[in-house]
Design a binder for this molecule. Structure first.
Ligand code: 6PG
Length: 475
């Protein structure tokens, strides 16, 4: 074989990744798709790429130099399993199969274990950046063995996005670590998007500004500490006019948000790890709520506030929303990194959180200046227990909290749903509280289930004889 890398699955993501690989010095790319039509189209449209086409898995294996390295870009789930099985049949020990789709990380752990039995390396790699990222430089989050990384590292480094001179790829950890981190990336993406959407809604309903006018607000924000790809595209979407109605496009898009699963996986994972990723959860649930038209119709007549609070100073309110957005964003990222920290501990991965923040600075959907602040926080204190407690973030939260409270109060008073803003603030207040009513919950648990409690003034576990003389015993 003459190709040093192969791509299997030539839908948009796979085709773009193959073209990206082919455009880099020293790469010869073998391509294979289950239906040959796609392969022929790609070859016809991109003669410059010098692709080596294959029309069967056998031919594909034969076209690759050893150790064979192939990236699978097919639908997560059954299609991925089928393609892995087919490649395992024709590959040999030492070869490398990479799954570049959005696989659920327990699947990746399972697949890695099964493929390893054959002596073939299996690497689950999260790839972020959408179609354009795949073509011009994505952020890549590979898991898998150190041995596979030896071969794969240089290839992935050559196609990744570059942030301040550093390629946006790092070996995240073994087996499913890469897909785990990609999953959390998407969870943070959900929170970031929901927070921006809430900011837009609050400004629109609070000030009556048009989407095009609010686009200018976001464009302005994009020149400050909120600078990010998601803020940038938000301005573009809000500016867009609809040809059919002549009005803003956003007003004719059905307000039911879709989801392909990664946000829900992040929340499920956080729940089972006992990590309070409440902002990510609210963002995921907000999509669910939007997508139940029958329930929304049934609730449409329920009363809201009798009098809507008037905004004395719209410009000041917009600045408050900006600060609330920044504070809530800090919470979302802090929670996301907390999920990664806990997941790494649970699965025995040694994940460098600073390195994760650095490979998210370019190429991926959540790319932002902000990731530099996170990188700095972990550089200063690699064992940081909670991101938002780092001096820079603690200071920013302290600076923004008054505005944050005004925005949540306004939303509540006006009957505007702002679940991600509100839950992020509640998380912040929960963490900083000196005493929590968790003490009462412990009392209740002890009352009905003798679950026992600990005391603040001495060690040990205690139970109150609630149905007896209510004296306390040590248990
Ligand atoms: C990325 C995106 C990508 C994809 C999501 C969208 O990092 O490039 O996250 O993976 O756009 O699957 O997810 P939803 O369809 O669930 O919004």
């Amino acid at each position: 074989g003459t190709a040093n890398i192969g791509v299997v699955g030539l839908a948009v993501m796979g085709a773009n990744l193959a073209r990206n690989l082919a455009s880099r010095e020293g790469n010869t790319v073998a391509v294979y798709n289950r239906s040959p039509e796609r392969t022929r189209t790609l070859l016809a449209e991109h003669p410059e790429a010098g692709f080596v086409p294959a029309y069967s898995v056998e031919e594909f294996a034969a076209s690759l130099a050893r150790p064979r390295t192939a990236i699978i870009m097919v639908q997560a789930g059954a299609a991925t399993d089928a393609m892995i099985d087919a490649l395992v049949e024709v590959f040999e020990p030492g070869d490398i199969i990479v799954d570049g789709g959005n696989a659920y990380f327990p699947d990746t752990i399972r697949r890695e274990r099964a493929v390893r039995e054959t002596g073939i390396n299996f690497v689950g790699a999260g790839i972020s950046g959408g179609e354009e990222g795949a073509l011009k430089g994505p952020s890549i989050m590979p898991g898998g063995s150190d041995e596979a990384w030896q071969t794969l590292g240089p290839i992935l480094r050559s196609i990744a996005a570059v942030a301040e001179g550093e390629p946006c790829v790092t070996h995240i950890g073994h087996d499913g670590a890469g897909h785990f981190v990609k999953m959390v990336h998407n969870g943070i993406e959900y929170a970031d998007m929901q927070l921006i959407a809430e900011a837009y809604d609050l400004i629109r309903r609070g000030t009556g500004m048009s989407p095009a006018e609010i686009a200018e607000v976001f464009a302005e924000w994009n020149r400050g500490e909120l600078e990010s790809y998601l803020i940038e595209i938000t301005a573009e979407v809000l500016r867009q006019e609809d040809a059919a109605s002549g009005g803003p496009l956003v007003d004719v898009i059905l307000d039911q948000a879709g989801a392909k699963g990664t946000g829900a996986w992040t929340v499920q994972t956080a729940l089972s790890l006992g990590v309070p990723a409440s902002g990510i959860a609210e963002a995921t649930f907000a999509r669910s709520l939007s997508s139940h038209p029958e329930q929304r119709a049934a609730a449409a007549g329920l009363p809201g506030p009798a009098v809507a609070p008037a905004l004395a100073d719209p410009a000041a309110f917009i600045e408050d929303v900006r600060q609330a957005l920044y504070a809530s964003k800090i919470v979302a990222y802090s929670q996301g990194f907390d999920v990664i920290r806990a997941g790494a501990a649970e699965h025995g991965w040694s994940i460098d959180l600073g390195a994760v923040s650095r490979i998210w600075r370019a190429g991926c959907i959540i790319r932002a200046q902000f990731l530099n602040r996170i990188a700095e926080a972990y550089a200063a204190e690699p064992g940081l227990p909670l991101l938002l407690s780092a001096p820079y973030f603690a200071e920013a939260l302290g600076r923004g909290q008054a505005a944050w409270r005004r925005v949540v109060a306004h939303a509540t008073g006006a009957g505007i749903p702002a679940p991600a803003f509100a839950s992020s603030l509640a998380y912040y207040d929960g963490l900083r509280a000196e005493r929590l009513p968790a003490a009462l919950v412990q009392g209740q648990r002890d009352f009905f289930g003798a679950h026992s409690y600990r005391r603040v003034d001495r060690p040990g576990s205690f139970h109150t004889l609630w149905s007896g003389d209510r004296s306390e015993v040590e248990v």
